[in-house]
Ligand binder design. Structure first.
Ligand code: NAP
Length: 889
C-alpha cells in the first residue's frame, strides 16, 4: 500500500491517533510554504506543523519597529512560478515586515496551503521507528504525526537567545525581545528605553525607538558595520533589468555566489588606484545594497585581510563623518573583525541617531553590564534607570530551532543533540547520517544565511522533493547519507572556510554568540551556484553518498565524497573544462608555447614588489636570459635561483612571475628566474646543464645582482622542480656552488609512469598523463631517461641540501615527488613535505586564483627562510587598530 493510500485511509484522526502522511514539514515560513506546494504537486500527502498562529515564519515573529528585509525585495521573492512573480509587486526596495507577511499570506492563499497546516502546534519530539521505517512526531497540540519523511523547515534565525544577564526577572518595567515582538505593537512614547545589542535587529529598530522614547540608552558590546539602505521605491535600473527578462534574471541569481544576480569581480584591490577604489566604494555606498558592497568592490575583499581592510577603513571614515561626538563615533567603529565576516547591517539613520540629545551609547567593552536590577541596568560604571528593556540579543542560530525539537532520535536510539555534540555534522547541509528520511532546509552545512534565502530555499526544496519523488518511483522507502559522504562534506566545508575571512570573527555564524555552544563556521561558504552544481552532481552520479533501501528493490549505495578538490581548484577545473580546449600536446610545440603565453596574459599579474630587472648570463653555449625579482626591503637579500615549469618545453623566465613575486613578498628574499633552453630544439641534457651552469654563475655573481653573497637556494615547479633537484645533485658532485636548500614544487623526479598517481590523475586535472608523455618524448629519448640528470630519483640522494617537497593530491606527479622526498629523507637529508590535499599540479603557481594555495606558499616561504638562516616571519599582524590574530593574505 502506498504511503498516500495509508494517509487517505487514516487522515481523519482523533486526538491521540497518529495523523498519517507521507511527509511532515515543521514550519510554515518561506521554506515550509514552498515545500507544501511542491510536495502536494508531486503527489505526496503532507502536513505542516507550525508553532505560530499563521504563516510567515521569522516574519510572523519579528515585528519590532523598523523590521524589513535587507536583500532587495525583488530578489527576496519566490521565483518558482512566473505567474506569481507577475501577480505581486513590491512597493519598496526593502519591504517592511508587514508587507512581507502579506506576501507570504498571499502565497498561502493562492496555492491554498493553509488547509494542510496545523497552526499553534509545536513538535516536541521526533523518533525514527526502525520497524515501520517512519518518523513518529509528538506535538503539543492535537494528534501526533506518523510520516515517512520528516523535514525541518524551521529557519536559521528563529530560536531567540536567552538574555544571559543576571537579574532580568527582578526588573519591574517592561521587557521585549525583538524576535518575539508583541503583535499589537508597543507604545514607547515618553518612556526611558534600553536596547541591548547592536546587530541587524537593533540597528533597524534604534532610530525608530529613539523617535518615540523620552530617552534611549543603547548597550553595545560589539560595534557592527552598517550601511545606509537608501530605501524607497524599487530602483528603476534593477526593476528594468528584472522585467526585461525575468527568467534570465532569476537564473543568474541561481548560479551566482550569493543568490543575487551580480557578476563575479575579477579585479583585485592592488590593481586599482586609491581614486579608483574610492570611486567603487562611493558607488557601492550610494547603492545601499549589502550584496553589492560585499561582492562588487574588488575580488579580494572577502578573502584577503589586506583587501578587506581597505573597505573597513572607508566605512570607518563614513562613521566618523556621521557621528558628531568623536568618542561615540570611535565606539561605533568596528575594529575586531573583517568587513563581512560578521553579518553587516543595513540602516536608515542609524549613525545619525547618536547625534540626538535623547540617545546615549554605553560601550560595554569599557563598562560591562553587571546586572539588571528592579529599576534598570547596572554597568561597571553607572546605573541606568529605564522603563523598558528591549533585548535585541539575537538567536541561537542555525541549530537552535532544529534542536528545539528534543530529542530527535534517529537510528539506534541516537539523538541529534548527541550526534551534534561537537558541532553540526551533515551531508550537503540537508541530511544527517543515522537519521534516515530526515531533511533540513537551509540547515548548517548549506549556504543558507550567507545567501539570499529565497534562492537557497527554492533550491533545497526542489532538490529534496525531486529526490523523494524519484525514490518513490524507484521503489525506495529510505534514504540516508553514508559516513564517508558526511565526513567528506565536513572536510569540504572546512576547506571552503579557509578561503573566506569568516573564521576571523566571533559571530553567530560560528556559534560564538551563545555561551557554551560548540564553535565552528556553520554555513557553507562555497557559494550558491557551486553548491547547486554539487547537489546536482550528487544526483547525476547515482545519489552519490546515499544509501537507499526499499522493501522490493535491492539496496543501493554509491558511496563516496562528492567534492574532493579544494573549492577554488574545483572552480578553476570546471572553468577549464567548459572551455573545451584541445589537448596541449595536439597543438605542436610552437602552438603550445603560443597558447601558454596567451593563457598567461589573462591571469592576475602579481602583486607589486621592490624591483624587477632583466639580464643575461653566460650559459654553456651562449647567453641565457634571466629575470631578477627583488623585495621592497633594503638588501642585500639571500638569493633563490628559480626554474619555471613547462615540461622542459613551455614557458620562460617570466612565465611563473606571479609565483615569483608572491614568494619574494613572503620570503623577503631575491628570486632569479632562469630562462633555460627548451626542447624540442634543445633536448636532454640541455635544460639540466643550463640550470646547473646558471646556478653556478648566479652564486658567483650574487653581489653584482644585488643579492647576498654566499650559498644560494634553488627552487622550481614541475619540470623546474626537476632542474632544481638535478642542480643540487650536480652541485654536490661537481664541487659547488654551495646550495643552502631546495624547494621542489610538484617536481618531475623519475621516468616511470606506473605509480598510482599517474593512473588516478591521468586525466581531468589539466596536467594529464598524455601531456607528460609528450613532454618526455620531446625532451628525452628513452635511452637517456634513467640518467639522474632527468630522473634524479635514480641518482645518489645522499648529502643533498635540506629540502622542502610539495606534492598535490590530484597530480600525476604526486607519487614520484613523494618518492623523492622519502628517498632523500632515508639517505639522511633533512626533508619536509607538504602533501597538499585537494590540490592539482598548478595550485600553488596560480597565485590570486587558487586562494587555498596561500597556506602552502606560506609554509614554503618559511622553509626557504629557515634554509637561509633567516628568522621566522610572524604572520598575521594586519596593522594598528586591527585586532585579528590570524591572517589569510
Ligand atoms: P545579532 O546580530 O546576533 O545581534 C545581537 C546583538 O546583541 C549583538 O550586538 C550582540 O553583541 C548583542 N548581545 C548578545 N548577547 C548579549 C549580552 N549578553 N550582552 C550584551 N550584548 C549582547 O542578532 P540580530 O540583530 O537579531 O540579527 C541576527 C541576524 O538576523 C542578522 O545578522 C541577520 O542575518 C538577521 N536579521 C535580518 C534582518 C533583516 O534586515 N532582514 C533584520 C534582523 C535580523 P555581540 O556582537 O558582542 O555578540
Amino acid at each position: 500500500m502506498s504511503d498516500a493510500m495509508v494517509a487517505a485511509r487514516e487522515s481523519r484522526t482523533a486526538n491521540g491517533t497518529a495523523q498519517q502522511v507521507d511527509v511532515a514539514v515543521v514550519g510554515a515560513g518561506f521554506s515550509g510554504l514552498y515545500l507544501l506546494h511542491r510536495l502536494r504537486k508531486a503527489g505526496f500527502t503532507t502536513v505542516a506543523l507550525e508553532e505560530a498562529g499563521d504563516v510567515g515564519g521569522t516574519w510572523y515573529w519579528n515585528r519590532y519597529p523598523g523590521a524589513r528585509c535587507d536583500i532587495q525585495t525583488i530578489d527576496y521573492s519566490y521565483s518558482f512560478d512566473p505567474e506569481l512573480d507577475k501577480a505581486w509587486t513590491w512597493s519598496e526596495k526593502y519591504a517592511t515586515q508587514p508587507e512581507i507577511l502579506r506576501y507570504l499570506g498571499f502565497v498561502a492563499d493562492r496555492y491554498d496551503l493553509r488547509r494542510d497546516i496545523r497552526f499553534k502546534t509545536k513538535v516536541t519530539e521526533a523518533r525514527w521507528d526502525e520497524a515501520s521505517e517512519r518518523w513518529q512526531l509528538t506535538t503539543d497540540n492535537g494528534p501526533p504525526v506518523s510520516c515517512r519523511h520528516y523535514i525541518m523547515a524551521t529557519g536559521c534565525l528563529s530560536a531567540p537567545k536567552p538574555p544571559e544577564i543576571d537579574g532580568v526577572k527582578d526588573f519591574k518595567g517592561e521587557v521585549y525581545f525583538t524576535g518575539r515582538w508583541p503583535h499589537d505593537g508597543v507604545n514607547l512614547a515618553g518612556k526611558r528605553v534600553a536596547v541591548i545589542g547592536t546587530g541587524s535587529s537593533a540597528i533597524q529598530s534604534i532610530p525608530l525607538i529613539a523617535e518615540q522614547a523620552a530617552h534611549l540608552t543603547v548597550f553595545q558590546r560589539t560595534p557592527n558595520f552598517a550601511l545606509p539602505a537608501h530605501n524607497g521605491p524599487p530602483p528603476a535600473d534593477r526593476k528594468e533589468l528584472f522585467e526585461s527578462d525575468r527568467a534570465a534574471y532569476r537564473e543568474q541569481a541561481r548560479q551566482s555566489m550569493a543568490g543575487v544576480p551580480y557578476p563575479q569581480q575579477t579585479v583585485v584591490s592592488w590593481q586599482l588606484s586609491d581614486a579608483e577604489r574610492r570611486e567603487r566604494f562611493e558607488r557601492a555606498w550610494a547603492a545601499g545594497d549589502l550584496v553589492h558592497i560585499l561582492t562588487q568592490l574588488w575580488a579580494d575583499q572577502a578573502v584577503d585581510v589586506d583587501g578587506n581592510r581597505i573597505v573597513q577603513d572607508l566605512i570607518r571614515e563614513k562613521i566618523r563623518a556621521a557621528v558628531n561626538d568623536p568618542e561615540t563615533a570611535a565606539a561605533l567603529m568596528p575594529d575586531d573583525h573583517p568587513f563581512g565576516a560578521k553579518r553587516p547591517c543595513l540602516d536608515t539613520n542609524y549613525y545619525a541617531t547618536y547625534n540626538r540629545p535623547n540617545v546615549t551609547l554605553v560601550n560595554l567593552r569599557q563598562e560591562p553590564i553587571k546586572a539588571i536590577t528592579a529599576s534598570g541596568i547596572t554597568t561597571a560604571r553607572r546605573n541606568v534607570d529605564v522603563d523598558v528593556i528591549v533585548f535585541a540579543t539575537g538567536f541561537d542560530a542555525m541549530t537552535g530551532a532544529i534542536r528545539a525539537v528534543h530529542p530527535i532520535t534517529g537510528r539506534g536510539g541516537r539523538s541529534l543533540t548527541d550526534v551534534w555534540a561537537q558541532g553540526p555534522q551533515s551531508y550537503l547541509g540537508l541530511t544527517v547520517e543515522g537519521f534516515p528520511n530526515f531533511f533540513m532546509i537551509t540547515g548548517p552545512g548549506s549556504p543558507s544565511v550567507l545567501s539570499n534565502m529565497a534562492v537557497s530555499i527554492e533550491q533545497h526544496v526542489d532538490w529534496v522533493v525531486d529526490r523523494l519523488a524519484a525514490l518513490r518511483d524507484a521503489g525506495f522507502t529510505t534514504i540516508e547519507p553514508t559516513a564517508t559522504a558526511q565526513a567528506g562534506w565536513n572536510r569540504h566545508m572546512a576547506d571552503c572556510s579557509m578561503v573566506t575571512l569568516h573564521r576571523l570573527a566571533n559571530t553567530w555564524y560560528t556559534g560564538a554568540n551563545v555561551p557554551g555552544k560548540v564553535q565552528g563556521l556553520m554555513p557553507y561558504t562555497g557559494g550558491v551556484g557551486p553548491y547547486r552544481s554539487i547537489c546536482d552532481e550528487v544526483t547525476s552520479r547515482g545519489m552519490l553518498g546515499f544509501k537507499l533501501t526499499g522493501p522490493n528493490v535491492a539496496a543501493q549505495c554509491n558511496d563516496g565524497e562528492v567534492v574532493r578538490l579544494q573549492p577554488d581548484v574545483r572552480l578553476v577545473l570546471n572553468l577549464l573544462a567548459s572551455l573545451n580546449l584541445p589537448p596541449i600536446e595536439s597543438m605542436g610545440a610552437q602552438g603550445a608555447c603560443a597558447f601558454v603565453n596567451e593563457f598567461n596574459k589573462g591571469r592576475p599579474a602579481g602583486r607589486p614588489i621592490g624591483e624587477i630587472v632583466d639580464g643575461t648570463l653566460p650559459g654553456p653555449d651562449g647567453p641565457l636570459p634571466y629575470r631578477v625579482y627583488k623585495p621592497a626591503t633594503s638588501g642585500p637579500h639571500p638569493v633563490v635561483v628559480y626554474f619555471h615549469g613547462g615540461g622542459w618545453v613551455l614557458g620562460d623566465e617570466q612565465s611563473d612571475e606571479p609565483f615569483c613575486r608572491d614568494m619574494v613578498r613572503r620570503t623577503g628574499m631575491m628570486f632569479v628566474s632562469v630562462g633555460y633552453r627548451h626542447a624540442p630544439e634543445h633536448r636532454f641534457p640541455t635544460a639540466a646543464e643550463d640550470g646547473y651552469a646558471a646556478t653556478r654563475w648566479i652564486a658567483e655573481h650574487a653581489a653584482e645582482l644585488g643579492g647576498k653573497p654566499g650559498p644560494v637556494l634553488v627552487a622550481g615547479w614541475s619540470a623546474g622542480g626537476n632542474i632544481a633537484a638535478v642542480t643540487c645533485q650536480l652541485a654536490r658532485d661537481r664541487g659547488g656552488p654551495d646550495i643552502a636548500g631546495q624547494l621542489l614544487i610538484c617536481p618531475v623526479t623519475d621516468c616511470s609512469f606506473d605509480r598510482p598517481s599517474y593512473n588516478d590523475n591521468a586525466a581531468g586535472y589539466f596536467l594529464t598523463r598524455g601531456l607528460m608523455y609528450w613532454f618526455w618524448d620531446l625532451y628525452c629519448s628513452p635511452a637517456d631517461r634513467t640518467d639522474p640528470r632527468v630522473s634524479p630519483l635514480r641518482g645518489k640522494v645522499e648529502k643533498l641540501p635540506p629540502a622542502f617537497v610539495t606534492t598535490c593530491e590530484f597530480d600525476p606527479l604526486r607519487d614520484e615527488g613523494i618518492a623523492y622526498a622519502e628517498a632523500m629523507s632515508a639517505a639522511g637529508v633533512p626533508v619536509e613535505q607538504l602533501k597538499a590535499h585537494g590540490h592539482f599540479h598548478s595550485s600553488f603557481t596560480m597565485v590570486d586564483v587558487v586562494i587555498t594555495g596561500v597556506s602552502g606558499r606560506v609554509q614554503m616561504a618559511q622553509a626557504l627562510r629557515r634554509f637561509a638562516g633567516l628568522p621566522e616571519v610572524s604572520r598575521g599582524e594586519p596593522g594598528p587598530g586591527f585586532k585579528i590574530a590570524a591572517a589569510a593574505s
